[in-house]
Write a protein of this length. Sequence first.
Length: 96
Amino acid sequence: MTPRGFKRGLTVRKDFSRMDAYYTLPNCNRKVRAPAEVEKFLEENPIYKEAGVSVSDFHFGTPKIMEDTIPADVEVGSSAKKKKMAKIEDDQKSLE
């Protein structure tokens, strides 16, 4: 369960390869995306630590994106893989 005052959100990556979790911090529009960022926030704002909020209260796991929910016209895959494939294609063209 999300600690009081914090809001958990999920975003889908543009290539539909996965989702990313984040938490919106109370009283500001800042978002944290990793336990280390939560820890830093709690160190800077001890009132939350004193209220019993800890890093273990935050869960950054995300549900798996099911293939049948992805639009047919979207090419699925990581952007790093796409960049690597584009570089290989460019290298092959330069050898021709």
